[in-house]
Design a protein around this ligand. Structure first.
Ligand SMILES: NC(=O)c1ccc[n+]([C@@H]2O[C@H](COP(=O)([O-])OP(=O)(O)OC[C@H]3O[C@@H](n4cnc5c(N)ncnc54)[C@H](O)[C@@H]3O)[C@@H](O)[C@H]2O)c1
Length: 451
């Protein structure tokens, strides 16, 4: 198959590389010429484990190319994937300007296809509100009489394990109206389903569009739920590790997504929830559970700062109450194994600490460049986790990089001013921290306050 992938961000790049891996011929397109230049040289503009290797191999074999103009690939394409961003608009809805602009470009470029070419399968892979397939169809149809069909094929990959998710999917969802479109999509995805034994779902486009939002909303809801139970566990003297293990053993519930954390962030959940809430309001079906999920998350994103303020006895109204205090911060990305800092809780934490007059020295395994570009020298950056802790009054953990779990805490404690750890990811057990002489605050377990 010949595939055009429009948008070379987290989703587009992974899709392009994986389709090339499956033996298809792929042209990846982006409007950002610097991205394309880097990609042509085999440098990935994003951090995603395994991606560099796939890019290098398939650039070398010639099955993967990159360019800035979708016209280069449209004549022979069997399918054109729209993978551009759908950020949040001011009113909460998904901003469709990039998707519709691509639809317009595709409509114009359709003239380059032979009149008897098979219908082009235009695929909405970006996360888009219900009804978008119809809007994209109208944009293209206004500009061409060549044959095409718009298909909804939402993406479920997780940053950090995106290649694995794409190459071995649990399921592939395809919202289409014709057998031709289904045949093309199956030819593209069958190698992945063969590997994973995943399920093929054919449905109508609106159902596919709603499936994506419903999946993200359900996952966000589980996170906010367990965070609230963890907060309650602390107050009543329960241990969330016991509670989550026991409820997760119920097959109706399952163990996934039951880890308490410092509030969800990232490029998807926050904006997708807002977009779904907006649709619900517009349709006269306000989604009350989701409104509460968003509210609970807003509260949770302050959880580490609240614990720090309480411990350091910060009183309201006192200017710069943490002046002279230095905080080491481990983790800047919104989760481990990515350099993505969109809606990262670490950024809110940094703001909160700086507003209280504190100094912050941060470390991350992939996201430091992104944070430097965003906030520059408002904080200091350390080359290693240990260096971040030198002279610190406390260590805060915001991202669950596995290397932090394996850190030599005895060595860390030696370079700090005081052995105090506020753990937003529950990487350690309170008993072990107590034995090591730490003051240790985590989520949903007893606090170790020291002597
Ligand atoms: N990131 C994720 O984990 C994830 C997972 C599932 C679904 N999604 C959805 O996929 C979509 C893309 O997300 P992303 O994280 O890859 O975004 P991104 O911001 O990383 O990438 C989007 C890319 O599209 C490019 N672009 C914009 N307009 C263009 C145009 N007219 N022609 C060509 N390229 C253009 C941008 O330059 C950018 O490189 C969003 O709708 C998102 O909600 C993302």
């Amino acid at each position: 198959m010949q595939v055009l992938v429009i948008g070379s961000g987290y989703v587009g790049l992974v899709a392009a590389a994986c389709f090339a891996e499956a033996g298809h011929r792929v042209l990846g397109v982006d409007v950002d010429p610097r991205k394309i230049e880097a990609l042509r040289e085999g440098r990935s503009p994003i951090y995603e484990p395994g991606l560099d290797d796939l890019l290098t191999r398939h650039l070398a074999s010639g099955s993967l190319r990159f360019g800035t103009d979708l016209k280069e690939g449209i004549a022979l394409a069997d399918a054109a994937f729209i993978c551009v961003g759908t950020p949040q608009s001011e009113d909460g809805s998904a901003d469709m300007k990039y998707v519709l602009a691509v639809a317009g470009e595709l409509g114009e470029a359709m003239a380059l296809r032979a009149p008897d070419a098979p219908p082009l399968v235009v695929v909405d892979k970006s996360t888009v509100p219900v009804g978008t397939a119809a809007r994209v169809h109208a944009e293209i149809a206004a500009r061409t009489s060549r044959a095409f069909e718009v298909v909804s094929n939402p993406e479920f990959l997780r940053e950090g394990s995106a290649l694995e998710d794409f190459l071995e999917p649990d399921r592939v969802v395809v919202g289409c109206r014709s057998d031709h479109a289904e045949r093309v999509m199956k030819a593209l995805y069958q190698p992945f389903l063969d590997r994973s034994g995943g399920v093929w779902f054919r449905m109508d486009p609106p159902s596919a569009e709603l499936t994506k939002y419903a999946a993200n909303a359900m996952l966000a809801l589980r996170i906010s739920f367990i965070n609230e139970i963890a907060n309650l566990a602390e107050s009543v003297g329960a241990d969330i590790d016991h509670v989550k293990a026991a409820i997760g053993a119920d097959h109706r519930i399952g163990p996934a997504f039951l880890n308490p954390g410092p509030g969800f962030g990232g490029s998807c959940f926050p904006k997708d929830l807002q977009a779904l809430l907006k649709v619900g309001r517009e349709q006269g079906h306000p989604l009350m559970t989701l409104a509460t999920t968003v509210e609970a998350n807003r509260h949770q994103k302050q959880v580490l700062l609240r614990k720090v303020k309480e411990h350091f006895k910060v009183k309201p109204g006192v200017p710069a109450p943490l002046k002279g205090r230095r905080f080491a911060l481990w983790g800047l990305a919104f989760k481990a194994h990515t350099d993505d800092i969109r809606e990262s809780m670490a950024l809110e934490l940094i703001d909160g600490l700086l507003n209280l007059g504190a100094e912050v020295v941060a470390h991350d395994f992939a996201a430091m460049e992104a944070v430097k570009a965003r906030i520059g020298s408002r904080i200091r950056y350390a080359a290693t986790p240990l260096e971040a802790c030198e002279g610190a009054d406390a260590l805060l953990i915001a991202t669950e990089w596995p290397q932090y779990r394996q850190a030599d805490l005895a060595a860390v404690g030696k370079v700090m001013k005081a052995r105090k750890l506020f753990d937003g990811r529950n990487l350690f057990r309170p008993e072990a921290m107590e034995a090591g002489g730490w003051i240790y605050h985590s989520l949903g377990r007893r606090a170790v306050e020291g002597l």
